[in-house]
Ligand binder design. Structure first.
Ligand SMILES: [Zn+2]
Length: 60
C-alpha cells in the first residue's frame, strides 16, 4: 500500500504579507541575500500584479 502524503509548501508567518491595495495575501516570489545577514524578499500580489520588497535582517 502506498501512502501519498501531501505536503503543501508553507511559508513562515514572517513571509506572509498582504497587499496594501487589495488586501490579498501576497506570494513570496524571490529571496535574495546580500551576504551580510540582510535578506530581501520580493512579494507579488496575484490580484494586482504588483510587487513589494521587504527587507529582513537575520537575528544574530
Ligand atoms: Zn493586490
Amino acid at each position: 500500500m502506498t501512502q501519498i502524503q501531501k505536503s503543501p509548501i508553507q511559508v513562515p508567518e514572517i513571509d506572509r504579507s498582504f497587499c496594501s491595495q487589495c488586501g490579498s495575501q501576497m506570494w513570496l516570489s524571490q529571496i535574495s541575500s546580500d551576504g551580510s545577514g540582510k535578506e530581501y524578499r520580493i512579494l507579488d500580489c496575484p490580484v494586482c500584479d504588483i510587487s513589494k520588497k521587504n527587507l529582513h535582517v537575520a537575528a544574530e
